[in-house]
Design a protein around this ligand. Structure first.
Ligand SMILES: Nc1ncnc2c1ncn2[C@@H]1O[C@H](COP(=O)(O)OP(=O)(O)OP(=O)(O)O)[C@@H](O)[C@H]1O
Length: 631
C-alpha cells in the first residue's frame, strides 16, 4: 500500500470513551481479549458458512473454515486469523470505528462502573474487539470480504484515530496482528494462548489452530444424549454460550421428535444483569439448524420474558436458508416457540416441587421476568400463575408461597384469594387493611412489589377463585369466619357509636371532605385503626393508581378511582370526634382532614405534604396545650 492511499480517521467520540475505559481500567484480567477476538472470528466463520448455504460463492471457495493463531516471541506480536466473512471497507469503518450502542452518557457510566466491579461484565456491553487494546500497543486488522472486493488494512494504537488503506493479496477473511505492550509479551507464547483457548473457547465450532496444532474439539453437546455428557462439559458449554464465568443456577436439556424435532440446552444464570443496572438484556438463546447457526441471540425462539435464559436450540425441521426477517412469521418457528415455552414453564414448576428452597432463590432473582410474562403473554398466563410466589400473612417473613399453597389452606366457605399491596411486610401488617383478616384467621397475600397488583389483576382468578384486593370497598369476607360473640373477650367488647350518631357523623365527615370521597361509612372491617380508604369500583387497587399516577398515566386512562372512607365507630378517636364536632367544629374539621390524609398515606396514595404538615402542627399545638401543666 502506498502512503498516499492511507487515510487517517478519527474514532467516533463514543468509541474513544470506550477505548479509554478499556485501556485504563481493565488490566487485571486481560486474557479475555483473546476470547473476544476468537469469538469474533468464529462469528465471522459462522456468517460465512451461513452465506455459503444460501448462495453459491465462487471467490476463495476452497479456503477451509478455520481460525489460526500464531505468536512471535521475538517481535512480540500475536496474529489471529480467520477465513470467515471478512469486511468491506465500509464495514471495517463502521464496525471498528464506531460503537453500535447509541452512546448515551448513561451507557458509559455503567460501563465504567461495571469495569471497576467485574471485568467479565464487559462482554455484556459489546465492547469485544476494543478489549484488544488492553494488551496491544498497536493493532492491524487486514481483511477481505467474501464478496471478492479488494482487501483493506485498518490500523490503530487505540488513541484518537485509526488509519485505513488498501491491502492487496489477501485471502477471504480477517487477520488481526497485535503488537503487544511491553508487559503483555506473554500473549506471544503458545502456552498462554493454548491455555486461554482451553479455558474460554473450547466449544468454538471451528478448528482453532495454534502454531499448527488444532487445540479445540468441536462439540455441539446439545445434540448428544444426556447420559454421555459430563457435568464439566455442561458447565463449560454454559460458560461459552452464556459468556459466563460461574456455573448456572439451572440447566434444562431436552429433546423431542414430535410434533417437532428439537434439541434444546438451556441455562438459567446466577444473576439478573438487568438489576445490575446494565439495561435490558439481549435474548441469550441461539437458534441452530443441524448445528448451523441460524439466529444468534434469537428474539423469535422464546418469548421476550424468557430473555434471561442462555443456551442453544436446534431443530432439523427448519429450512437452513431461512432469513432473519422471515423467522418472525415462520409457522415452524412459532410452533417451536410454543412447545419450548410450555416445556420451560413445566421445567420450572417441576423444579419448584423438587427443591422449593432453590426455586425461591430463582424466584428472588428472576421472579420479575415471570411477572412480566404474566402481564404480557396471554397464552401462557394460566400456566405461569403456578410459578408465582408471594409472602402472605401465614408465611414467615421473607418466605414466599405459591397460589396452590394458599388455595390448599383456604378456610371453609372461603371462595376468594385475597391480597393487599404495601411497601413492606411491616407496613402492611401495621396497616388497616389486614386487621379483620388477622382477627378472623384468613390468610392474605402481601404483594410487596409495585407490579404485583397488575399481575394479579391480569390473572383475575386462579382455580376458579377470584383474586380480590383487600382495599376494595365491596370486600366481603366469608361468613363462616365471622367471630362469634362469645369468642371476644370483655376488653375487646368496646361499645361503638350508636347507629344514629354514626350515620350523622359520617354524613358530616363527607361534607368536610367533599368530592375527594364518594362516601364516608361505618366500617365492619376495622379493628384498631380509626379509618381507611377503599376503592369503590373498577379493578384498580390503590397501588396500581399510585404507579399510574407516578407515570402520569391516570389522565390517559381516565382513571381516578372513586373512594370511600370507612371509619371505625368503636375507635376512641372517632367517638371523641363525634363529641368534638358539637363543641369545636373547626378543630373537628382539622381532625377529619388529618384522618383522611393518614388513611390516604396508609393506602400508599399521595397527599399534599405542605397542607398536612401545617395542619399537623395546629393539632400538635392543641395536644400540647391540653396536656400542659399550666392548663
Ligand atoms: N474477525 C472478524 N471478521 C469479520 N467481522 C468482524 C471480525 N471481528 C469483528 N468484526 C465485526 O466488527 C463488529 C464489532 O465487533 P465487536 O467485537 O466490537 O462487537 P460484537 O462482536 O458485535 O459484540 P460482542 O463482541 O460483544 O459480542 C462485529 O459485530 C463484526 O461485524
Amino acid at each position: 500500500m502506498t502512503a498516499t492511499q492511507v487515510e487517517t480517521k478519527q474514532f467516533q467520540a463514543e468509541t474513544r470513551k470506550v477505548l479509554d475505559i478499556v485501556i485504563n481500567s481493565l488490566y487485571t484480567e486481560r486474557d479475555i481479549f483473546v476470547r473476544e477476538l476468537v469469538s469474533n472470528a468464529a462469528d465471522a466463520l459462522e456468517k460465512f458458512r451461513h452465506q455459503s448455504l444460501i448462495e453459491k460463492i465462487e471467490f476463495d471457495s476452497h479456503v477451509p473454515l478455520e481460525i489460526t493463531i500464531n505468536g512471535d516471541d521475538k517481535n512480540h506480536t500475536l496474529t489471529i486469523s480467520d477465513t470467515g466473512i471478512g469486511m468491506t471497507r465500509e464495514e471495517l469503518e463502521t464496525n471498528l470505528g464506531t460503537i453500535a450502542h447509541s452512546g448515551s452518557q448513561h451507557f458509559f457510566e455503567q460501563l465504567a462502573e461495571a469495569a471497576k466491579k467485574d471485568v467479565n461484565l464487559i462482554g455484556q456491553f459489546g465492547v469485544g474487539f476494543y478489549s484488544v487494546f488492553m494488551a496491544a500497543k498497536n493493532v492491524r486488522v487486514q481483511t477481505r470480504s467474501w464478496d471478492g472486493s479488494e482487501g483493506w488494512e485498518w490500523s490503530s494504537d487505540g488513541g484518537g484515530s485509526y488509519t485505513i488503506g488498501p491491502c492487496p493479496g489477501l485471502h477471504r477473511g480477517t487477520r488481526i496482528i497485535i503488537e503487544l505492550k511491553d508487559d503483555a509479551h506473554t500473549y506471544a507464547s503458545k502456552f498462554t494462548i493454548e491455555r486461554i483457548i482451553q479455558q474460554y473457547s473450547t466449544f468454538v465450532p471451528f478448528p482453532v489452530i495454534v502454531e499448527g496444532k488444532k487445540v479445540n474439539t468441536v462439540q455441539a453437546i446439545w445434540s448428544r444424549s444426556k447420559s454421555e455428557i459430563t457435568e464439566e462439559e455442561y458447565n463449560e458449554f454454559y460458560k461459552f454460550i452464556g459468556n459466563a464465568v460461574d456455573e448456572p443456577l439451572y440447566r434444562f436439556h431436552f429433546s423431542a421428535d414430535a410434533p417437532l424435532s428439537i434439541n434444546a440446552l438451556l441455562y438459567v444464570p446466577k444473576e439478573n444483569f438487568e438489576v445490575l443496572g446494565m439495561g435490558r438484556m439481549q435474548p441469550g438463546v441461539n437458534l441452530y439448524c443441524q448445528k448451523v447457526l441460524i439466529d444468534q441471540h434469537s428474539e423469535n425462539i422464546l418469548p421476550e420474558w424468557l430473555r434471561f435464559l442462555k443456551g442453544a436450540v436446534d431443530s432439523e425441521d427448519l429450512p437452513l436458508n431461512i432469513s432473519r426477517q422471515s423467522l418472525q412469521d415462520n409457522a415452524l418457528v412459532i410452533k417451536l416457540r410454543k412447545v419450548l415455552t410450555k416445556r420451560v414453564i413445566k421445567f420450572f414448576a417441576e423444579e419448584a416441587e423438587r427443591d422449593a428452597d432453590k426455586y425461591r432463590d430463582f424466584w428472588k432473582i428472576f421472579g420479575i421476568f415471570i411477572k412480566e410474562g404474566m402481564t404480557s403473554d396471554f397464552e401462557h398466563r394460566a400456566d405461569l400463575a403456578k410459578l408465582l410466589r408471594f409472602e402472605s400473612s401465614a408465611s414467615e417473613p421473607g418466605v414466599m408461597i405459591s397460589l396452590d399453597e394458599y388455595v390448599d389452606r383456604m378456610k371453609e366457605g372461603q371462595d376468594k384469594i385475597y391480597f393487599i399491596n404495601g411497601p413492606s411486610r411491616a407496613a402492611v401488617e401495621y396497616g388497616p387493611y389486614v386487621e379483620m383478616f388477622k382477627k378472623r384467621g384468613i390468610e392474605i397475600f402481601y404483594t410487596l412489589d409495585p407490579i404485583d397488583d397488575f399481575v394479579l389483576n391480569h390473572l383475575g382468578e386462579y382455580n376458579g377463585k377470584k383474586l380480590v384486593s383487600a382495599d376494595r370497598a365491596d370486600l366481603t369476607l366469608p361468613e363462616s369466619t365471622e367471630p362469634s360473640a362469645d369468642t371476644a373477650t370483655d376488653e375487646q367488647q368496646v361499645e361503638p357509636l350508636s347507629d344514629a350518631v354514626a350515620t350523622s357523623l359520617c354524613r358530616w365527615m363527607k361534607e368536610v371532605l367533599g368530592e375527594r370521597i364518594q362516601e364516608v361509612k361505618a366500617s365492619d372491617r376495622l379493628v384498631d385503626s380509626p379509618a381507611m380508604i377503599v376503592n369503590v369500583d373498577g379493578f384498580m387497587t390503590s397501588s396500581m393508581e399510585r404507579i399510574l399516577k407516578a407515570s402520569g398515566q391516570t389522565e390517559a386512562f381516565g382513571i381516578g378511582s372513586k373512594k370511600d372512607m370507612e371509619v371505625n365507630t368503636s375507635s376512641n378517636l372517632i367517638k371523641r370526634l363525634a363529641a368534638l364536632r358539637e363543641s369545636d367544629a373547626d378543630f373537628a374539621r382539622d381532625l377529619v382532614e388529618q384522618l383522611y390524609d393518614n388513611a390516604m398515606i396508609q393506602a400508599g396514595l399521595l397527599v399534599d405534604p405542605m397542607v398536612m404538615v401545617r395542619r399537623n402542627y395546629r393539632i400538635l399545638e392543641r395536644a400540647a396545650d391540653a396536656s400542659s401543666p399550666t392548663n
